[in-house]
Design a protein around this ligand. Structure first.
Ligand SMILES: [Zn+2]
Ligand SMILES: [Zn+2]
Length: 265
C-alpha cells in the first residue's frame, strides 16, 4: 500500500476560440465561445514530486500567438517546486504545448512512449497537417535527451512509481499516453489530449487534431475503464471546466485546482 497522491492541475495559458474549432464534426453550438486552457499537472506523495508535461515557453507563445498567463517555471515555483531539481517528468506527448521548456528540467528523466518518439521523428512529420502542433526544437531536445540516456521509454502500459501508471492511447498523436494516479478518492486519470474537453468524450466527437480517429474513440473508453467507470475521475487536457469543477488550491487565485479532492456536485 502506497501513500495516496495529490494531483494538481496548473493553468499557465488560455486561448479564446469558437466551439467549432474544438470538434471534428459539426456541432449546433458552433459559434459559442469555447476557450481552451493550457495546463501542466503536478503529482505529490510524501517527498516525491512528478511533473506531467512541461507546457510551452515564451518563444513558442510569441510564435503561435498564444500568450502565457505565466511561465511554467514560475507556476511550478509558486507550488514550491524548483524545475531544475525535478527528477521525474512524464510527457503525455510531444506537442509544443506539452513538451516545451525541456531545458528548464536539466536533472529530469523523461517518460515517453516509443511510438511518440517514432511519430515525431518519422515520415509523418513530412506533412504540415501532422507536424504543425510539434515544435522541431522540442523534438531535437528530446533526441539529445535520448543520447544522454535521460529518457525512459514505454511501450503501451507501464508503472513509473507506486500508484502512478502510464497507458498509451494513440489517436491524437501515435504515442499519446494517459496517466493514472491513485488518490484518496480513487484513481484519477489524466487524459491529456485523449480528450481536450469533457465535450469531446461525452459527445464522442474528436478534437480536430487527430492522427487516428479509431484509436482516439477507443481511448475515451480506455479512460473510462481506467477510472473504474467513474467519468468524474477523468481529467480532460484543456477544458476550463476543470477549474470550475475542482476545489482551488488556497492562494492560487483559482489557477491551480486539486484533482485529488471530489469535484463540485
Ligand atoms: Zn496535443
Ligand atoms: Zn494539448
Amino acid at each position: 500500500m502506497t501513500a495516496p497522491w495529490e494531483v494538481y492541475a496548473i493553468r499557465y495559458g488560455t486561448h479564446a476560440r469558437a466551439a467549432q474549432a474544438n470538434f471534428l464534426q459539426a456541432v449546433d453550438f458552433h459559434d459559442l465561445p469555447m476557450p481552451l486552457d493550457y495546463f501542466i499537472w503536478l503529482l505529490r506523495s510524501g517527498e516525491r514530486t512528478i511533473v506531467v508535461d512541461t507546457g510551452f515557453a515564451p518563444a513558442a507563445a510569441a510564435a503561435r500567438n498564444r500568450p502565457l498567463l505565466r511561465t511554467v517555471p514560475e507556476a511550478l515555483r509558486a507550488m514550491g517546486v524548483e524545475p531544475a531539481t525535478v527528477k521525474d517528468v512524464i510527457l503525455t506527448h510531444l506537442h509544443y504545448d506539452h513538451a516545451g521548456n525541456l531545458d528548464q528540467f536539466p536533472a529530469a528523466r523523461f517518460y515517453l512512449q516509443d511510438r511518440e518518439m517514432g511519430f515525431a521523428t518519422g515520415r509523418n512529420m513530412c506533412f504540415a497537417c501532422l507536424r504543425h502542433a510539434f515544435d522541431v526544437e522540442d523534438v531535437v531536445t528530446m533526441v539529445r535527451a535520448v543520447y544522454a540516456d535521460r529518457v525512459q521509454f514505454l511501450d503501451g502500459d507501464g508503472e513509473m512509481a507506486p500508484g502512478v501508471t502510464l497507458h498509451r492511447v494513440g489517436g491524437h498523436t501515435d504515442g499519446l499516453q494517459m496517466v493514472k494516479v491513485e488518490t484518496a478518492r480513487g484513481a484519477v486519470v489524466l487524459a491529456s489530449d485523449a480528450s481536450h474537453f469533457y465535450g469531446n468524450m461525452e459527445r464522442e466527437i474528436p478534437f480536430p487534431i487527430v492522427y487516428d480517429v479509431g484509436a482516439m474513440a477507443q481511448g475515451w473508453r480506455h479512460a473510462k475503464r481506467l477510472a473504474g467507470g467513474d467519468v468524474t475521475r477523468i481529467i480532460p487536457g484543456h477544458d476550463p471546466l476543470v477549474r470550475a469543477r475542482y476545489p482551488a488550491l488556497e492562494g492560487s487565485d483559482g489557477e491551480v485546482v486539486c484533482l485529488h479532492l471530489p469535484p463540485a456536485p
